[in-house]
Design a binder for this molecule. Structure first.
Ligand code: DLL
Length: 433
């Protein structure tokens, strides 16, 4: 289903022309309204007039999270506070949060961007959608909320946290779609199964609109099986807008970018050189219509690749692959790059192991060690030492094949690892302690 078909299926040549016009507008707007960009663009010798083609974007120096932090809280805003309709902030765990402001037009555009993405995922005006993201400074809940309302769906803003109550609403309200992180959706399913209500009480639940964290196909299959729903992935970040940047359509063949609002590029994260289409690298994104806090070539740190072919669904917007990891979440272990998603695909792909896991990295002398803590689905296996040993050897072997390094595997009882209601925090890096 389309929410704005004429834009979503716009031929590439028209899309390019629209992006070029909006890129020039954004460069000029940044130059005139954000002193940080006036200086940056002057230093690089870039003006709106000398952006002649989309490739000229490469002449603009990238913007980083550190630039936003250095200008905390409002130094990157292009409008005075009286013109801001809303403020959000990132859920950053280190240092100051990054603060973003939305004008009334930004809030309005945001709702359209999200409405397109949820419609592409299969949501309709007939859906009753429960939002199990935490409401607050995080962009996820209000972003999906406004977009789903824009589509005409019925929104249940139950937020995250009280899982039993959320499940009661799901049963009693006949919830048809769930918005959550995939790890929380899996946790909700575990709790649902423990309760004295049959899973058939949730039979109306058909669609999962998941995002805000990575999810391997194996993990997705587990959530889909548990709930009996069709799960889609959507991507965004608070600095760029929040959710609404890109999302999967029902084909699930990559996440369509809202290209009339954003220009994505893929670069080598060490050299910042643009990479050829189809290469994995760091995603940079330029906003094209943002008034509150426009950003030029923002370094997302997320690793993915782009595919410009028209999708089977008819949408022409470039598709990004599911995020493969973050360049700064990447673990360097004994010189080898390790992405948590690689580990997830091995362990969650094993039917005896559940979807929750933790990675502990330590320094032992001069060498790094990786311990992968996983949970059994069925605790009765613990009674057989031989069976546990066999499973442990299999996981170690599969992980070594995937990662190219040896790691320790600890198999724990079901439900012994910490659960998260928002983004799961799976890495414990003890090397600097
Ligand atoms: O997570 C915005 C969002 C909310 C997107 C709800 C989708 C749904 P931040 O809190 O600023 O914003 O975190 C942004 O989360 O750079 C990625 O590393 C990660 N991320 C977001 N969506 C996905 C996804 C929101 N679908 C950071 N897959 C990003 C993998 C994701 N990682």
């Amino acid at each position: 289903m389309f929410y704005q078909k004429e834009i979503e299926t716009m031929p590439r040549s028209e899309l390019d022309a629209l992006q070029l016009e909006r890129l020039r507008w954004t460069v000029d707007y940044c130059y005139r309204n954000v002193p940080f960009y006036t200086k940056r663009l002057d230093e690089a010798g870039v003006t709106a007039e000398n952006i002649k083609s989309l490739d000229d974007i490469r002449r603009i120096p990238p913007t980083t999270k550190a630039d936003l932090r250095d200008n905390y809280p409002f130094g990157m805003f292009a409008q005075p506070m009286k013109n801001m309709a809303r403020i959000h902030a990132s859920s950053g765990t280190t240092g100051k949060p990054t603060v973003v402001g939305y004008t009334k037009n930004d809030v309005d555009n945001w709702a359209d961007c999200v409405a397109r993405i949820v419609a592409a995922a299969g949501a309709t005006a007939d859906d009753v959608v429960q939002i199990s993201f935490g409401y607050g400074m995080f962009t996820g809940a209000l972003g999906l909320h406004y977009g789903l309302e824009r589509l005409g769906a019925t929104v249940v803003p139950n937020s995250s946290g009280n899982t039993e109550k959320a499940l009661m609403y799901m049963r009693d309200f006949g919830t048809t779609a769930l918005v959550a992180t995939p790890s929380y959706a899996l946790y909700m399913c575990e709790i649902a199964k423990e309760q004295p209500f049959p899973m058939s009480d949730y039979h109306k639940l058909k669609l999962g609109l998941f995002g805000s964290e990575g999810c391997t196909p194996e993990m997705r299959a587990q959530v889909e099986k548990g709930w009996g729903l069709f799960a889609t992935d959507n991507y965004g970040m608070s600095e760029l807008m929040g959710p609404g940047v890109s999302g999967e359509c029902e084909e699930r063949a990559g996440l369509h970018f809202n290209e009339d609002f954003f220009i994505p590029e893929i670069v080598n994260s060490d050299t910042l050189e643009n990479l050829p289409e189809g290469s994995d690298g760091e995603l940079l994104v330029t906003t094209l219509c943002k008034e509150g806090i426009p950003l030029l070539r923002y370094r997302t740190r997320d690793i993915t690749c782009l595919n410009y072919d028209t999708c089977k669904c008819g949408r022409t917007g470039v598709r990004m692959d599911k995020v493969k990891g973050r360049s700064d979440d990447m673990l360097k272990i004994r010189g080898v790059n390790v992405f948590p998603s690689q580990i997830e695909s091995v362990i969650v792909g094993n039917e005896k192991i559940g979807g929750h896991y933790q990675l502990v990295v330590r320094r032992d002398g001069f060498s790094d060690t990786l311990e992968v803590k996983v949970e059994l689905v069925d605790s009765s296996l613990l009674e057989s030492y031989g069976a546990i040993e066999k499973l442990n050897r299999k996981l170690q072997k599969d992980l070594q094949t995937m990662l190219g390094i040896q790691c320790k595997v600890s198999i724990l009882e079901p439900k012994s690892l910490e659960r998260f209601v928002g983004k799961a925090q799976r890495i414990v890096d003890l090397r600097n302690n």
